[in-house]
Write a protein that binds this ligand. Structure first.
Ligand code: MGD
Ligand code: MGD
Ligand code: MO
Length: 770
């Protein structure tokens, strides 16, 4: 008899059916009461016992035999791994950590380990690793994320820390939009598929339903290069804009507001600083170029008449300006955010219900739910005494430019020399840009240790791979921001092969290095401890003792809608409730940022040409603008071998969407294989022809597993977009990722088709002594 139980992932809470022997997941399905379950659930069964699971601790043979050393062979598909027992593996890793620490210092260990891992609160891979590295003396860390790398640095200068946090955790609700907003103007789409994901997962996916409701009463305009960015039920009007050019459109909208007398001068005078500099800039007094709709059309291809009309519509009622994350995930990405905030300020509605500015509507499923996030149980990470850090997207720079300095947020960061990198819960060969460069960067290490469930491309670059138990193989608790329930996510099946919980691994590694990781507790005791600590904290919701919670399977979280935002109070009285900026107001001109004297970011929003846009000189050779956005049928690269993700593939590889005109000029049709080239690298993809794109724009999702097995054909034969993208910071201010965009050339590929080998494990040999 099989049994069915609940489990939780970033793509939601769902049910798994487990075989009678407790070994296999035989089915995975949505909860009956989940109104919009994620298709990613359909990947779970195949991925769980896939041959790409890591079964035993594995050591790259050349490292095993030759010892720690820089090695350009890392990631070579021909590299062999030696499977060893846990004692051998733990001895090797402990000895190497101690060597690096003692010979070079703890800053020579990079433990940033960016990545989403899995949803549980205890087995949170990064927290576990950080605690471990802290107890052995610390590590070089990373800050910010790949999602909002530019926003996280820029916004605090413009609106202060607390208002920045509100934009993320107390955004306007769909309910307020339905009730108050006449017009929602979204730069970048409100994609239904992106709302399937919430960090920590949600008990039910209510976001798209709320959005649909709001769409009944609120007019929605999306500006995007893709018509189907906004989901159909929203009934949005589509305005085409070439990627990476929104800033020009936003500035032109401000221009119209100014010259047609539609700007809210009273609000600008009392609640902002810098409106004059913006006015001078959009009128062309500063640089001789008035930022008219006609000027913007030449940059964005958005019709000037549509821009002019939109400005008038925006000024005629309650309007919300939304900028999704992707706009700032590119070179000069700060500017779109800065200009979007500036536009909202000129409309004068910031702080009004359903009006003003939002950032990230449609980017994650927790936006718009409108429920204050309850505090959740957390695994304590301890303290890191090492001061060194990098913005997370500067990982290749860290390894390739030791001893150099890079500009960051007005200061300069020294890049320490790194000997060992330790990654758990992330897949840099999914998330980072310019994978050929990343490969060169990793070649500089003495040692690369990776904890993984699967033989991901990152694991295949590691010297030591330790197999970890998946979410389905351990007890945990899960919830996301604004969630309705804190849920037990009990172990469903026995671990694959010799896989172990990370807590088990770190406990033993720490002991070998003479440190204490777990304070004598096993993972079940830790689970109880973080739950009880949470329950006992002032401000936590009423919750039963752990045993009762575990038996019941969940506890309700308070569902309090919030209204008390920083912006609402600031709007009412900017003197009594100033923002945490130098002026206390919204800084449309930031003296702080201007004072940094950066070559690429000024004190106010500006149109700054990136290298990756259709008007750049590069476009002569690379004549299509490729959007590299989030996949609908998986989370990033996770479970890409599963049925749901594979169902989206074309010719067995990641699909590339092309406009019919662009397909015709290249002589390709649906189902063809193409070679896609950028200045950085090349890949194979399967073609989908659609008129949902603007001509000149192509689109691929991130997350196909990097497959370097046929370099004579392409750098990746499976379609990982990050072989194409450019590894350069958004700007010298924030140093975020530029992964959202890249210019490419596309041609039909008629040669012999290499097989996709991304989901095969490497050649494994057993250590003879074991
Ligand atoms: N070109 C381009 N690149 C992008 C983006 C883009 O838009 N365009 N988006 C960026 C963004 S916003 C993000 S957030 C990143 C996402 O990048 P990542 O978060 O690195 O991507 P994931 O595929 O989620 O990688 C998580 C890895 O953790 C592993 N894992 C799961 N659970 C556990 C666990 O318990 N322990 C351990 N040790 N491992 C576990 C999974 O097998 C998987 O390999 O990608 C970024 N990269
Ligand atoms: N199903 C699923 N959902 C996810 C994720 C996932 O992996 N799978 N990942 C989650 C994560 S970690 C994050 S950070 C969020 C990311 O959330 P977003 O950054 O909002 O998501 P993207 O899909 O990268 O981009 C959204 C849309 O923006 C448009 N776009 C891109 N560049 C431009 C531009 O320059 N101008 C305009 N106007 N539009 C542009 C693209 O058409 C794209 O479809 O998604 C989350 N949601
Ligand atoms: Mo993200």
């Amino acid at each position: 008899m099989s049994r069915t139980q609940e489990t939780s992932a970033h793509w939601g809470t769902y049910l798994v059916e487990v075989s009678a022997d407790g070994r296999d997941v035989v089915a995975a399905r949505a909860h009956a009461d989940d109104p919009d379950a994620a298709p990613a659930i359909g990947n779970v069964v195949d991925a769980h016992r896939h041959r790409s699971r890591v079964a035993r601790p594995s050591v790259r043979r050349r490292w095993f035999e030759g010892g720690p050393s820089p090695d350009a062979g890392r990631g070579d598909p021909a590299e062999e791994y030696v499977e060893v027992g846990w004692d051998t593996a733990l001895d090797l890793v402990a000895r190497e950590l101690a060597r690096v620490r003692d010979a070079f210092g703890n800053q020579a260990i990079f433990g940033g380990s960016y990545g989403w891992g899995s949803a549980g609160r205890l087995h949170h891979a990064q927290s576990q690793l950080h605690r471990f590295l802290n107890v052995i003396g610390g590590y070089t860390r990373s800050v910010n994320d790949y999602s909002r790398g530019a926003s996280m640095v820029l916004l605090p200068h413009l609106i202060g820390q607390r208002a920045t946090a509100d934009l993320r955790f107390k955004p306007v609700s769909w309910d307020d939009i339905a009730r108050h907003t006449d017009l929602l103007v979204s730069f970048g789409g409100v994609r239904r598929s992106n709302t399937w994901v919430v960090p920590g997962g949600h008990a039910r996916h209510v976001g798209s339903g709320l959005a649909r409701e709001a769409g009944r009463t609120t007019r929605v305009v999306t500006l995007s290069a893709q018509r189907d960015d906004a989901f159909a039920d929203l009934g949005a009007e589509w305005l085409g804009v070439m990627p990476a050019t929104d800033t020009a459109v936003m500035l032109a909208l401000v221009h119209v507001l100014v010259v047609d007398g539609l700007a809210d001068d009273a609000f600008l005078a009392t609640h902002t600083v810098g409106a004059d500099q913006v006015r001078r800039y959009v009128l062309g007094e500063a640089d001789g170029v008035p930022k008219t709709p006609e000027w913007a059309e030449r940059i964005s291809r958005t019709p000037a008449s549509a821009i002019r009309e939109l400005a008038h519509r925006m000024a005629s009622g309650r309007t919300l300006v939304n900028v999704v994350y992707s706009l700032q995930r590119g070179e000069r990405g700060e500017q779109a955010l800065f200009a979007g905030l500036t536009l909202a300020a000129f409309l004068g509605q910031i702080g009004l219900p359903g009006g003003g500015f939002s950032h990230g509507f449609g980017s994650m499923g927790d936006y718009g739910v409108g429920i204050a996030g309850a505090r959740l149980p957390t695994f304590p990470q301890g303290r890191n005494p090492v001061p060194d850090f990098i913005p997370c997207a500067r990982i290749s720079d860290l390894l390739l430019r030791p001893g150099e300095e890079i500009p960051y947020n007005g200061g300069r960061l020294r890049l320490p020399e790194t000997r060992l990198a330790y990654w758990a819960g992330g897949n840099p060969f999914h998330h980072h840009q310019d994978l050929r460069r990343l490969r060169r960067a990793l070649a500089t290490l003495d040692t690369f240790v990776v904890h993984e469930t699967h033989w991901t491309p990152t694991a295949r670059h590691a010297d030591v791979v330790l197999p970890v138990a998946s979410t389905l193989e351990r007890d945990d608790v899960a919830a996301g921001a604004g969630d309705s329930r804190l849920r037990a996510s009990p172990c469903a099946v026995t671990p694959h092969g010799d896989a172990r919980e990370e807590l088990w691994i770190y406990t033993r590694l720490a002991t070998r290095i003479g440190a204490d990781f777990a304070e004598g507790l096993d993972s079940r005791q830790w689970l109880e401890r973080i739950y009880e600590e949470w329950r006992g904290r002032p401000g936590s919701p009423p919750a039963p003792p752990f045993e009762e919670f575990w038996r019941d399977g969940d506890v309700a979280l308070p569902q309090n809608p919030y209204r008390d935002t920083v912006f609402a109070a600031f709007r009412d009285d900017p003197v009594a409730h100033p923002l945490e900026t130098p002026s206390g107001r919204i800084e449309l001109f930031s003296g702080t940022v201007a004072g940094f004297g950066l070559p690429d970011v000024a004190g106010h929003a500006q149109w700054r040409e990136p290298t990756q846009w259709w008007g750049s000189p590069l476009a002569a050779e690379f004549d299509l603008h490729l959007l590299c956005n989030q996949p609908s049928h998986r989370l990033h690269s996770q479970l890409d071998m599963g049925a749901a993700s594979q169902s989206t593939k074309v010719a067995g590889r990641e699909p590339l969407r092309l406009h019919p005109v662009d397909a015709a000029t290249r002589g390709v049709v649906d189902g063809d294989v193409v070679r896609v080239r950028s200045a950085q690298g090349s890949l194979l993809a399967g073609v989908v022809v659609t008129d949902a794109l603007l001509p000149g724009v192509a689109q691929m999702h991130t997350g196909a597993w990097f497959d370097p097995s046929a370099p004579e054909v392409a750098d990746c034969v499976n379609g990982s977009v990050n072989v194409l993208t450019r590894d350069v910071g958004t700007s010298t201010l924030s140093q975020g990722t530029s992964g959202a965009h890249v210019l490419v050339a596309v041609e039909r590929y008629d040669g012999p088709l290499p097989p996709v080998r991304a989901y095969e494990p490497p050649k494994l040999v057993r250590e003879l002594a074991e």
